[in-house]
Design a binder for this molecule. Structure first.
Ligand code: 0O2
Length: 212
């Protein structure tokens, strides 16, 4: 690649990152409005926390290398779906489906794919709901659909996933069997607690309704 080509690629890269950042901003504002409406109607916030990130250059290049693709802006946009990532943490798994329904009902958000690891638990115990969506970014004179990965997890599963990430990064492919068993058991226990808390929450809401 000669110098003008390198410069051109860098300009394209910066423009791409600007678009992904803008898509995350648009998504977060949309989510904030949905939360405000939900709180107004139900006096309850289905979201505990929202985190967002732009994927690191190291992770982007590793993902392209894994797929045997050259590192170009075109390939990043085509083959890496999670450059812009939003993680929504909810107190209860029922909130996750509430939010999925609300997002699915947004006419201008296209859902490219969904993975329901809440129902189809991964073998290591991971639970969550993942979607790749396109968020319309409103620029001067044009609207650009931009891909965003949205992950929804319970707060319990989020703390589990942070620890599991540490294990993955520490042991690579050689996670000792004992630790593998331990971490899976932790996921199952947290799931049982999540279910129990929903039951308690249901009982409390029922009690409140009866007292009205
Ligand atoms: P990062 O930088 O951590 O976000 P993909 O490789 O994304 O094209 P994949 O892996 O089938 O396809 O997508 P999936 O299953 O939706 O997972 C995407 C992201 O969810 C991962 O991103 C993790 O952040 C998270 N995730 C999925 N499974 C697990 C799990 O078993 N444990 C933990 N701790 N997190 C999980 P990346 O790609 O790892 O990158």
């Amino acid at each position: 690649m000669d110098l003008p080509q390198v410069k051109d690629e860098l300009v394209q890269f910066n423009e791409m990152i600007f678009l992904y950042n803008s898509a995350m901003k648009e998504f977060k504002l949309r989510l904030e409005i949905l939360r405000d409406e939900y709180k107004f109607v139900h006096q309850y916030d289905p979201v505990y926390d929202v985190l967002s990130r732009i994927k690191s250059i190291d992770s982007i290049t590793a993902k392209l290398a894994k797929q045997g693709k050259a590192i170009t802006v075109e390939n990043i946009e085509k083959y890496v779906d999670d450059i812009a990532g939003i993680r929504i943490c909810c107190n209860y798994s029922t909130d996750i489906y509430r939010l999925v329904d609300m997002l699915q009902a947004q006419k201008d958000i296209e859902i490219i794919n969904s993975k329901d690891y809440m129902n189809e638990t991964k073998t290591n115990g991971y639970r969550g709901y993942h979607m790749i969506i396109t968020m319309p970014v409103h620029l001067a004179g044009r609207v650009v659909p931009v891909k965003v990965e949205v992950q929804l997890r319970t707060t319990a599963m989020n703390s589990w996933a942070i620890l599991e990430d540490v294990l993955e990064n520490t042991y690579d492919d050689y996670l000792p069997e004992e630790l593998m068993k331990d971490i899976k058991e932790c996921a199952d226990m947290l799931h049982a607690v999540d279910k129990r808390m929903i039951r308690i929450q249901d009982e409390v809401s029922q009690y409140k309704k009866e007292r009205q």
